[in-house]
Design a protein around this ligand. Structure first.
Ligand code: PLP
Length: 426
């Protein structure tokens, strides 16, 4: 199975993770209150973490605690509570920076999530650096949120979108990619891990080739950060985005990492309070990055929750999480592949935590519904990645996605439920 750790060039031990730590999944599960509930009288088997991950008690308690003890608006109050809330908010920024190994906290902009972060870059980078005829390179593996913002920009500015193809297993075609790079290319925007197939993109190679031509690279890290150590400096990423809710944190918060000189060169994305230095009716001046990009009251409680989620993952040890999940994915891939009539979609050389499949004779939505009645929560559909479904000539797939709290017994429950589908539809 894949080597998820390869995604980061930095050894995990050097990043403070305890690689040798034993991974006790049952203890981990006790941290997630929702995992003990039942659905339709059966134990919940939650295999939809790629859509949104469940929350540990530590995150829930951190958010409750800030509301009970230290809540006020940030950056603007002179009073004690506002100072405490501001400290917690800026501490969260430091945690995100350390989590990604950014050079400094000022490289982290809080956003509503990955989608908003990509839209921010498309708008601000587009306004500053792009004009008609300039090219932005995407890949066939992208989520809609890393396609549509560029199409909106194309419609506004007349830029051209080029797409890196993939092979039948879901591997990126690097030869074609090299051929797409030209003096017209002004940005490469690419996912780190495909949410539909689980492919881990060979980012270092992608970024190095772009940088050889001084082309910046934006990475959509939504499906990477919950599963592997990410070092934006070792990778050389110019922008890196993720969503908190897929990392066991709350909804409504995510982060944009931007290499400081590049980030600080961009115009604001939205205007309002907190992002300005001065305002008059004639003109306004703006703060430096990251505050220039954080107009209005930010998601304060959610930032505290995200920081707690990062603490949680770091305490488990990302190497230990990786080993656990790689074992699960390998086990699930073997188990489902052994069922006649089940086809695994996406067999890339390097994969993370996602298993897409189809069941002969049953529409993925029907499979998802039967699985649900058996207590197994999966996603069935196009996974907000319609181009990749078209690439495989499929309307949809069933997607089981694994996280640090899943077990082999849950994979067995998935396989049993798939056999039930076959009995019903056979
Ligand atoms: N990118 C990828 C790869 C995703 O999987 C997702 C969500 O599924 C997104 C972006 C969008 O994330 P959000 O809806 O949290 O902004």
């Amino acid at each position: 199975m894949s080597s998820l750790a390869r995604a980061s060039e930095a050894p995990l031990a050097a990043r403070g993770d305890n690689a040798m730590q034993a991974f006790d999944v049952e203890r981990v599960r006790r941290d997630f209150p929702i995992l003990s509930r039942q659905v339709y009288g059966r134990p919940l088997v939650y295999l939809d973490s790629a859509a949104s991950a469940q929350k540990p008690r530590q995150v829930i308690e951190a958010m409750t605690s800030v509301m009970e003890t230290s809540y006020a608006n940030v950056h603007r109050g002179v009073h004690k509570l506002s100072q405490e809330a501001t400290d917690l908010f800026e501490e969260a920024r430091r945690k995100v920076a350390a989590f990604l190994n950014a050079a400094k906290p000022d490289e982290i902009v809080f956003t509503r999530g990955a989608t908003e972060a990509i839209n921010l870059v498309a708008f601000s980078f587009g306004q500053k650096y792009l004009k008609a005829g300039d090219e932005v390179i995407l890949s066939w593996l992208e989520h809609h949120s890393n396609i549509v913002p560029w199409q909106l920009l194309r419609d506004r500015l007349g830029i051209v979108i080029k797409v890196i193809p993939i092979d039948a297993d879901g591997n990126l075609d690097l030869d074609v990619y090299h051929g797409l790079l030209s003096e017209r290319t002004k940005l490469v925007a690419i996912t780190h891990v495909s949410n539909a197939l689980g492919t881990v993109v060979p980012l270092k190679a992608v970024i190095d080739a772009a940088h050889a031509r001084e082309i910046p690279v934006l990475v959509d890290g939504c499906q990477a950060v919950p599963h592997m150590a990410v070092d934006v400096q070792a990778l050389g990423a110019d922008f890196y985005v993720f969503s908190g809710h897929k990392l066991f944190g709350p909804t409504g918060i995510g982060a944009l990492y931007g290499r400081f000189d590049l980030l600080d060169s961009l115009p604001p994305y939205q205007g309002g309070g907190e992002m300005i230095s001065t305002v008059s009716f004639e003109r306004s001046t703006f703060k430096r990055a990251p505050h220039r990009f954080e107009a209005g009251t930010p998601a304060i409680i959610e930032a505290v929750g995200l920081a707690a989620a990062i603490d949680y993952v770091e305490a488990l040890g990302r190497d230990a999480v990786h080993t656990h999940e790689a074992g699960l994915l390998g086990y699930a891939t073997d188990k489902l592949s052994a069922i006649p009539g089940v086809t695994v979609v996406g067999r890339a050389r390097d994969k993370a935590s996602i298993l897409s499949f189809t069941v002969e004779g049953a529409h993925p939505h029907d499979v998802g519904t039967v699985l649900d009645r058996a207590g197994v929560a999966v996603r069935a559909g196009h996974h907000c990645a319609q181009p990749i479904m078209d690439r495989f000539d499929l309307p949809a797939t069933v997607r089981a996605s694994f996280a640090l709290y899943n077990t082999r017994a849950e994979v067995d429950a998935l396989a049993d439920a798939v056999k039930l589908v076959q009995e019903l539809f056979g």
